[in-house]
Ligand binder design. Structure first.
Ligand code: GAL
Length: 134
């Protein structure tokens, strides 16, 4: 799945609802930026190791991984991932609980213009919504 955005705005969230598949699976939600579809945020839950790996792919290489061991996903279960952005961080909520934050490496948020979801999930909805609360 790929969706075009007008650029990420502080104060807005991307909400993905879906269901994971097998226990060996993984999936990724990528926020891509211009030019050349580099990755501002790679959000990659890996069910096999019960870790969430986040990283960026900028200037043609992967940066340092940020690995999170809070892992609310289970095989074949519905989930909701919300990625909220403010000026400094992406804040990631899973099933409405804050799980991690990721400092912006691509600081020009308006260059982040594509949402890409890959691999082993059934997506039921993707929503862009304004948040005033966080
Ligand atoms: C690599 C993997 C990529 C990406 C990256 C994140 O090992 O092949 O798909 O997940 O880690 O650092």
């Amino acid at each position: 799945l790929a969706l075009h955005l007008e650029g990420i705005c502080p104060g807005w969230s991307i909400v993905v609802k879906g269901e994971t598949s097998s226990s060996s699976g993984m999936f990724e939600i990528n926020l891509l930026c211009d030019p050349g579809d580099q990755i501002a945020l790679h959000f990659n839950p890996r069910l096999s190791s019960s870790r969430i790996v986040c990283n960026s792919f900028l200037n043609s290489h992967w940066g340092q991984e940020e690995v999170n061991s809070t892992f609310p996903f289970k095989a074949k279960e519905p989930f909701q991932v919300e990625i909220y952005s403010d000026q400094d961080y992406f804040h990631v909520f899973i099933n409405e609980n804050k799980v991690l934050q990721y400092k912006h490496r691509q600081k020009n948020l308006s260059s982040i213009t594509k949402l890409q979801i890959l691999d082993d999930i059934d997506i039921s909805s993707v929503e862009i919504t304004r948040r005033a609360l966080y």
